[in-house]
Design a protein around this ligand. Sequence first.
Ligand code: SIN
Length: 309
Amino acid sequence: MMNLSTTIAGVTFPSCFMNAAGALCVTQDELESLGRSGAGAIVTKSMTIEARQGNPEPRYYGFLGGSINSMGLPNLGYKAYAELIPHLKRFGKPVIASVAGLVEDDFPTIAEFINAAGPDLIEVNLSCPNIPGKPQIGYDPEASERLLKRVRPKVTVPMGVKLPPYFDPAHHQVMGAVLGRCGVDFLSLINSVGNGLVVDPERETVVIKPKGGFGGLGGRIIKPVALANVRAFYKFFEGKMPIIGTGGIVEGIDAFEHVLCGASAVQIGTVLVEEGLDVFGRLEAELSAVLMRKGYQSIQECRGRLNEL
Ligand code: SIN
């Protein structure tokens, strides 16, 4: 197997594949299983101040083209993750703490406390679409800037931001400028495509309970949206911003596409939930085969090298 190690903001990952925040990473058991798996990092579920049960079930539904979820940030609460982090670091791979919040004040509080627990990186989630009445912060550039400028001084490890997808170049420009001003060290692109609606025509119903069936879309169907966002931010930062690509990676070749667009690592959400931890070995073998067939020695060699016509 080819060496698929990578570096994000100065931190080395033994493999470029890791779980996306949210996928099999809520409980201590799940996080330790990620530690023992082929994943190149352990990413925690986005944490809030209080432990949360999340939204009512059913709140995840997988279908042929992907998934829809409205989990509602079920998590153990930030203090529990702070306690777990030193143990998780023993698995010898980077630990990424995903920080969320229900109000702006939560973010600096959680960031400061979790930073002290010593994760290798922190990912600030500005893009949860599933809390009723709370819009995605990442769609409000002023709120995003205010929040990131409060979090930045609390964080001494590399600080990244998990963004929602944008659908217009004007929005990539505005958010790119905000991120540039806030001292962001890396980007995770993208969170689910928020507030989609999947319908079961036979039963004539929605497929998840929260928010009248609206939820975040993931999996195969969102790949072009994810690739566009990776590419747009890669170009905005002229290749100098490390990017973790997320969205629509089902096979190794999908990860290769993310790398071509500018990703230095990739996260796996829907297919990890559907297939379990063995997905990492499969994807590593498949990406290795693609690179070998094309004569590349590493992902660094082809990162961002997408040809335009
Ligand atoms: C959720 O827990 O509802 C998903 C979180 C997210 O998409 O950021």
